[in-house]
Design a protein. Structure first.
Length: 665
C-alpha cells in the first residue's frame, strides 16, 4: 500500500496578538439575600430561603440495627429520637400495615439518608394518632419530625363513608390538633389515595388535618396522586414550604358535583385560619421551591389554597419557580389557575388586610383550560405582585365562545399592586393575554414599573363582541403607578386601535417601545429571569417612589442612576477597549462602553475631562494624549454624568507583541 502523501500547499498568515504579563481577577459577589441553609434531600433545589427549622440533633436515640417493620414499630410506640444502623448502604423496609406512633411522646425519625419505607402500593406507611386533650390544650400535643427519610408506594385505605378522613394521606396521616409536623430533607414518591372520586379526598403523600403546624424543608415530592392535593392535603392548618421540589403530582378527581374535587396538583389547603394556631397556623408560605409538571383536573395545577379567615392570615409565594403545571379541560366547571388558585371566602380582617404576596418568583409554561394560566386570585383585602416574571402561560381551550381569560393572571377581587413585574408572551383565547381583572369596583389593580411584551389573544376567536377581546395585554385599562412599558401598542391588523388595548390610561402614561427582553434564562438568583439589554427603554426608567431594594434575583437596585423597569435590574460597569496601552502610545482611541450615556456625557481620565465623542447611549470615545502615556501606571476612567463605577486603564512599561502562524491547507 502506498502511504506517501502528496505535498500540501501552505499559506502563512501573520496574526498580530498582544501578549502581556498581566493578571486581572474579577470577583463576582454573591447575590444578596441568598440563604446559607443546609443541603436538602437528593433532587431538592439549592437553598434559596432560610427556613424556620433545621435538622434535629439526635439526643440518646433509639438505634435500630435490625431493620424490620416490627423493630421500627416498637421504637415508634416508645417515642423519642429514633435512627438506624443497618450498614453503610441504602436499606428498604417493606411496610405491610400502617406504622403507628406514640400518642403522647414527641418523635424524631431520622433515616440518615439511607432508609426507605415502602408501602408496596397496598398500605399507608405511617399514622400519628390523636393525642387525648390536645383539642383543648394544644401544648399537650406531641410533635412528629421526619428527616432524611424516603417514603414510597404508600396507599391510603378506601373510604368507608362520605368524607372519611382516614382515606386521606397515602404515606403519612396526622390529625392531632396539638401536633407540629416537620418534614426535613425527605423524599415522598409514588404515594396515593385509594379513591380518586370521594368528596374531599386528598393528600396523596401527606394529609394534615386540624394540626398545630406543618413545615416542609428541603424535601422532594414526585409522582404522588389523590383526588385533591396530589402530594399534600391539609384542612384547617397552615403550611410552610422551603427549598423543596414538587414534580409530576396529580389531583385526579374529575367527578362532577361537590366543591372539593380535583384541586391542587401538588398542594391543597382548605379552611386556613388562625383558630388553631394564631402564630403559624394562619400562615401559608412557599419560599425557594420548585413546582414542575403537576396537574389538576379542576383548579390549581400546583397549589389550591382557600383561606377561611383573612384576619391576620397571609399567603406568601416567594423566590419560587412554577413551570409547566396544568389545569385540564375536564370536568366542565372551573379550570382555573394553571399554577396557583388562591381564594379567600371570609372578610373578618377587612379590606385593608395584607392577604397575599407573590415576589421574586417565575411562572412559565403553565396552562389553565379557562382562567388564569399562571395565577387565579380572589382576595378580600390587599395583595402585591413584586419582582416576578410571567412568561408563556396560557388560558385557552379550543372552540367558540369559551372563556380563555388571563393568560398570565386572573385578579377576580381585591386591591392588588403589581410592581416591577415582567409579563411576556402569555396567551389567552378571549381576553387579557397577560392579565384579566374583574370589574373596577371589585378589583382595584395598579401597575407600576412593569413590562408587558408580546402577550397575545386568539385573533380567530368568534365572539361577536369584538371590542371585548381586543385587550391582548390586559382586558381593561388598569390604574397607573408610572414607569410602565407596553409593546406592541396595537395588534394590527387584528386589533388596530386603542379600544381596550391600553394597560393603563391615558396612553401618554405608557411607554410604547420594545423592552428588548432576552429569553428566559438562569441569570443568577434562585429563579429564571428575562434580562433587558443596555439599550432597552426600560433602563433607568422606573418610577423612583416604588423601587424595591433589590430585583428578582436579589441584585441591589438601582445599579445606575435609577431603577430599571420590570423584574430584572441590569448590572453594568464601564468597560474599556483597549483595557491597556503601552508607554508612548499616544493617539490611541479609547472606547468606553456602558449604558445611559447622552450627548452631555464626558469621559474623565485621571480626574481631567477629555474631548468626548458621543456614539450612542452605550458608547463614548476619546483619544489618549502624550501626557496620558508618558509613564507606566494606572489611570482612573469614569463618565461625568454616570452612576456606573470607574474603571482602570493600565499603561504598561512593555507590551510584548508576538506572531502566530495561522495555517491553511
Amino acid at each position: 500500500m502506498n502511504t506517501s502523501r502528496p505535498p500540501s500547499r501552505w499559506r502563512r498568515l501573520l496574526a498580530h496578538i498582544c501578549l502581556t504579563i498581566l493578571c486581572v481577577s474579577a470577583t463576582v459577589p454573591p447575590l444578596p439575600g441568598m440563604a446559607s441553609a443546609p443541603a436538602g434531600a437528593p433532587g431538592a433545589p439549592p437553598a434559596a430561603c432560610t427556613p424556620p427549622i433545621v435538622p434535629v440533633t439526635l439526643v440518646n436515640p433509639t438505634v435500630i440495627t435490625s431493620c424490620t417493620q416490627a423493630n421500627l414499630q416498637a421504637a415508634l410506640a416508645t417515642g423519642g429520637h429514633i435512627t438506624f444502623d443497618c450498614g453503610p448502604h441504602p436499606v428498604t423496609i417493606p411496610i405491610t400495615s400502617p406504622l403507628v406512633t406514640s400518642a403522647t411522646r414527641d418523635i424524631v425519625l431520622d433515616g440518615k439518608g439511607l432508609i426507605t419505607l415502602d408501602g408496596g402500593g397496598v398500605t399507608r406507611i405511617l399514622e400519628k394518632p390523636f393525642t387525648p386533650g390536645s383539642h383543648i390544650d394544644k401544648t399537650s400535643g406531641n410533635d412528629l419530625v421526619i428527616q432524611n427519610m424516603r417514603f414510597i408506594n404508600g396507599r391510603a385505605p378506601a373510604a368507608t363513608k362520605t368524607q372519611d378522613d382516614k382515606a386521606r394521606g397515602g404515606a403519612l396521616w396526622v390529625t392531632s390538633p396539638g401536633t407540629r409536623l416537620h418534614i426535613i430533607n425527605s423524599i415522598f414518591e409514588n404515594n396515593r389515595t385509594t379513591s380518586m372520586t370521594d368528596e374531599d379526598n386528598q393528600g396523596g403523600a401527606i394529609y394534615a388535618g386540624n394540626i398545630y403546624e406543618t413545615v416542609i424543608v428541603g424535601s422532594v415530592f414526585v409522582n404522588n396522586e389523590a383526588g385533591s392535593g396530589g402530594a399534600f392535603g391539609g384542612i384547617a392548618t397552615g403550611l410552610q414550604v422551603y427549598n423543596s421540589r414538587f414534580t409530576n403530582n396529580r389531583a385526579a378527581d374529575a367527578t362532577t358535583g361537590g366543591i372539593v374535587r380535583g384541586h391542587g396538583g401538588a398542594i391543597h389547603l382548605d379552611g386556613v385560619s388562625n383558630s388553631f394556631n394564631p402564630i403559624t397556623g394562619n400562615t401559608v408560605e412557599v419560599c425557594g421551591s420548585v413546582f414542575d409538571g403537576n396537574t389538576a383536573t379542576r383548579g390549581g395545577g400546583a397549589l389550591k389554597v382557600t383561606i377561611s379567615d383573612n384576619l391576620n392570615t397571609k399567603a406568601t409565594y416567594a423566590r419560587s419557580t412554577f413551570s409547566n403545571n396544568r389545569v385540564l379541560d375536564s370536568p366542565p366547571a372551573e379550570g382555573h389557575g394553571g399554577a396557583i388558585y388562591h381564594i379567600e371566602d371570609d372578610l373578618a380582617g377587612g379590606v385593608n388586610e395584607d392577604n397575599i404576596e407573590i415576589r421574586e418568583s417565575t411562572f412559565n409554561g403553565n396552562y389553565a383550560a379557562r382562567q388564569g394560566g399562571g395565577v387565579w386570585m380572589s382576595v378580600n383585602g390587599r395583595g402585591r405582585v413584586v419582582n416576578s416574571t410571567f412568561f408563556d402561560n396560557r388560558a385557552a381551550t379550543a372552540g367558540t365562545n369559551v372563556i380563555g381569560q388571563g393568560g398570565g393572571m386572573i385578579i377576580s377581587r381585591g386591591t392588588i399592586d403589581i410592581i416591577h413585574a415582567t409579563f411576556a408572551s402569555n396567551f389567552a383565547t378571549f381576553q387579557g393575554g397577560a392579565i384579566f381583572a374583574g370589574n373596577p369596583s371589585a378589583a382595584a389593580v395598579t401597575l407600576t414599573s412593569s413590562i408587558f411584551s408580546a402577550n397575545r389573544l386568539d385573533p380567530t376567536h368568534t365572539n361577536p363582541v369584538t371590542t371585548e377581546f381586543q385587550g391582548y395585554h390586559t382586558n381593561r385599562a388598569l390604574l397607573n403607578g408610572g414607569g410602565n412599558i407596553q409593546f406592541p401598542r396595537t395588534k394590527a391588523p387584528d386589533f388596530n386601535n386603542d379600544i381596550n388595548n391600553l394597560i393603563t390610561s391615558p396612553a401618554s402614561a405608557i411607554l410604547f417601545q420594545d423592552p428588548q427582553l432576552a429569553p428566559l434564562a438562569n441569570n443568577g438568583g434562585p429563579t429564571p429571569t428575562m434580562a433587558i439589554a443596555a439599550s432597552s427603554p426600560g433602563f433607568n426608567r422606573a418610577a423612583a417612589a416604588t423601587c424595591p431594594a433589590a430585583d428578582q434575583r436579589g441584585v441591589i437596585r438601582p445599579q445606575g442612576g435609577a431603577c430599571d423597569v420590570g423584574a430584572y435590574e441590569l448590572v453594568l460597569a464601564l468597560s474599556l477597549t483597549p483595557p491597556f496601552v503601552g508607554v508612548g502610545e499616544a493617539g490611541t482611541v479609547v472606547i468606553v462602553s456602558g449604558a445611559g450615556f447622552d450627548a452631555s456625557s464626558t469621559i474623565v481620565i485621571g480626574g481631567v475631562e477629555r474631548p468626548t465623542t458621543f456614539v450612542s447611549a452605550t458608547e463614548l470615545r476619546t483619544t489618549l494624549t502624550a501626557a496620558d502615556v508618558a509613564n507606566a501606571g494606572d489611570l482612573e476612567v469614569r463618565v461625568s454624568n454616570s452612576a456606573l463605577p470607574p474603571v482602570t486603564l493600565r499603561v504598561l512599561a512593555q507590551v510584548y507583541r508576538g506572531y502566530l502562524p495561522i495555517v491553511r491547507r
